[in-house]
Design a protein around this ligand. Structure first.
Ligand SMILES: [Zn+2]
Length: 347
């Protein structure tokens, strides 16, 4: 019994590394499109498949199935890989083994259509995206319009959300053992796959909810979020090859940096546009000062995570790499204390 489990585990491990075996029969074909005589699966002259002939009943079936891809490139098989070897699939694809996957952007659109249809038909309450009326004008109108459109197109919305991970992922995982110096285009496709994965998980939960119709759909939504977080960890661990802890702290750092930057951008916008309710110039000065302080903290977090990431803090003696940053921080804290003291005395 345990022997059998071991066999399964071995073959699973092998499959994770090499999901498809490509073999070559060496048969000779005459291309039915251009007439070229050739070996191999495709005509080297026009690119038509070697086994293609006149249209038959079988072609009808194949024609329909082709929408979902064929063999190793079929959409269901890619979805399967996204559940059981997600990080390996992503690395395969971005490093050039494209034939192991359905075209990922096309997959995202198709999954979007399937989820839209199933969701609207079976769970109209959860899936009807109420379009809010747009009352703003100027640039804001276009931003609201784009937002409305995104809300109605889940696949692009999901990709839009995950694209926020492209830059910080590049920043923190660019020294990763299994994918060294990945580029931003590679980062983009990694997030396309992550978006696909989240759509596959949602589709799986939708189907499960159809079977377990007596459980409210709200529970499945929480399940999707929980699964997604677990899967993000598995994705990054398989894809980049850091240890569990190395993956977790880098991922948490991504979240911290993203939320800091979001807060920074929000704060700067509120100061620049003057959309706030400060009365005195002292309050405005205070806000600007705390904004500068927050930007500085953001810089510190980014700088420090990079130092740890590159292990520079081990090579150059832990705190030596932080010397002038520490001095400026102390100076800022000190001036903050002085400022608070002065304002309290004046009052
Ligand atoms: Zn040909």
């Amino acid at each position: 019994m345990s022997r059998r489990i071991k066999d399964y585990r071995d073959s699973y491990r092998k499959w994770k590394q090499h999901p498809v075996d490509y073999s070559y029969t060496g048969e000779k074909y005459r291309c039915s499109c251009c007439g070229e005589e050739h070996e191999g699966n495709y005509c080297p002259l026009c690119g038509q498949k070697a086994t293609m002939g006149p249209v038959t009943w079988k072609s009808v079936w194949e024609g329909v199935m082709e929408l979902w891809g064929l063999h190793s490139r079929s959409l269901p098989y890619t979805a399967w890989q996204l559940l059981f070897r997600p990080g390996h699939l992503m690395r395969d694809y971005v490093t050039g083994k494209r034939q192991v996957s359905f075209p990922p952007v096309k997959m995202l659109v198709l999954l979007g259509v399937v989820i839209y249809l199933l969701g609207h038909w079976f769970f109209p309450k959860e899936y009807s995206h109420e379009m809010s009326e747009i009352t703003s004008t100027g640039t804001l109108y276009f931003m609201d319009y784009a937002w409305n459109w995104l809300k109605g197109h889940e696949e692009w919305f999901t990709l839009f959300v995950f694209s926020a991970l492209i830059l910080p992922t590049w920043f923190l995982f660019r020294h990763a053992p299994l994918l060294k110096r990945h580029t931003l285009p590679q980062g983009f496709f990694i997030q396309v796959f992550v978006a696909n994965q989240s759509m596959v998980l949602e589709l799986a939960m939708l189907l499960l909810a159809l079977v377990l119709f007596f459980v409210p759909y709200g529970y499945f939504k929480y399940l999707i979020i929980a699964l997604l977080l677990i899967y993000l960890f598995i994705d990054y661990k398989q894809l980049f090859g850091y240890s569990s802890w190395g993956t977790i702290w880098r991922f948490l750092a991504i979240l911290v940096i993203l939320s800091l930057i979001t807060a920074d951008v929000g704060g700067v916008i509120s100061i620049v546009t003057g959309k706030n309710d400060y009365s005195s110039s002292g309050e405005i000065m205070g806000t600007i000062f705390s904004m500068i302080f927050m930007l500085w903290i953001t810089y510190l977090v980014i700088y420090f995570t990079d130092v740890i990431n590159r292990k520079a803090w081990l090579e150059r003696g832990k705190w030596a790499v932080m010397k002038w940053q520490t001095i400026i921080t102390l100076f800022m804290v000190l001036s903050l204390v002085v400022a608070i003291a002065i304002t309290s005395i004046v009052k």
